[in-house]
Write a protein that binds this ligand. Structure first.
Ligand code: C2E
Ligand code: CA
Ligand code: CA
Ligand code: CA
Length: 275
């Protein structure tokens, strides 16, 4: 009986212990990775849907982990937020992105994702402006993407932050639009430059029995708010065709290509003559 009890102990305890160890290693790996510059920007093309022209790139973070290979942001962003290193990580990434984007055709924009945790920092706008100056990167080429979850926080502070960024010429858009709980009156009071429709709505436009109702509702909201749309998650020709009917949108997605590292972006721009 004693032996059985002991076995049971191992049966239940070992997985939890392993999980904890894995988590601790992940945290240590992230801290080390920031020091060693293992976090790198990847870029996804953004297209003007009417003309089909490339208009810019969204920077998406990747972790080049020596142990695990290329790791996506859904794994490390929440942990970086929790252990308080998200701002430092993000600033490293943005600095690399400014350096990369400085080599591109100066008409191309650069979008970056910002965590709600960073939006709590009253000096956030000033930090961005300092980085712009340091890298001599034109403010009008930069677009900051913030998610609807930011709006649960101190809305007055979010509003003044958006305003001070925009006063310097930086664009600010609302990311994952439709997945949060922003009210119309909140949206009306926040001066966003664009709305980014989340992929979950765009995928409704796929296939035979496509559901256009949700996207239609979002498009009419964007008309009312006078905030143009970027559609994310355009995966095929059908979705693209459906979106083009509304006109005047930007879009991005696997139909145009996967996110790629800076050197691949340069090759792409070279063949297009846009360096
Ligand atoms: P997001 O801002 O909604 O970014 C779009 C995500 O959808 C990206 O995933 C992109 O690779 C993926 N995607 C793009 N086109 C398609 C498509 O056609 N089909 C499908 N199925 N997926 C598509 P990724 O790179 O894994 O990023 C996930 C999320 O991580 C991003 O969602 C963003 O919220 C966050 N993120 C990425 N980089 C950063 C960063 O530097 N800072 C912060 N705070 N968050 C970041
Ligand atoms: Ca985004
Ligand atoms: Ca999204
Ligand atoms: Ca997101």
């Amino acid at each position: 009986a004693k032996k059985q009890g002991k076995n049971r102990f191992y049966w239940f305890e070992a997985p939890m212990e392993n999980e904890l160890r894995f988590r601790n290693e992940l945290e240590a790996g992230i801290r080390r990775g920031i020091e060693k510059g293992e976090f790198v920007p990847y870029y996804e093309q953004q297209i003007d849907l009417d003309s089909g022209e490339l208009v810019g790139f969204e920077m998406l973070a990747r972790w080049n982990s020596p142990e695990m290979g290329l790791v996506g942001p859904d794994i490390f962003i929440p942990i970086a937020e929790e252990i308080g290193v998200i701002a430092e990580m993000s600033e490293h990434l943005i600095e690399q992105a400014f350096a990369d984007a400085s080599e591109w055709d100066s008409a191309l924009t650069l979008s970056v994702n910002i965590s709600p945790v960073q939006m709590r920092d009253p000096w956030f706008a000033q930090k961005i402006l300092k980085l712009l100056v340091k890298h001599r990167f034109p403010a009008h080429r930069l677009e900051i993407e913030i998610t609807e979850t930011c709006l649960h926080e101190n809305i007055g502070m979010v509003r003044s932050m958006i305003t001070s960024l925009r006063n310097q010429g930086v664009k600010v858009s609302l990311d994952d639009f439709g997945t949060g709980y922003a009210s119309l009156s909140q949206l009306k009071s926040l001066p966003f430059d664009r709305l980014k429709i989340d992929r979950s709505f765009i995928s409704e436009l796929r296939g035979e029995e496509q559901n256009t109702k949700l996207v239609e509702a979002i498009v009419s909201m964007s008309d009312g708010l006078k905030m143009p749309i970027t559609a994310e998650g355009i995966e095929d020709e059908d979705i693209l065709a459906a979106l083009k009917k509304w006109g005047q949108m930007k879009g991005q997605g696997y139909h145009y290509g996967r996110p790629e590292p800076a050197d691949k972006v340069l090759e792409r721009l070279q063949t297009k003559g846009r360096l």
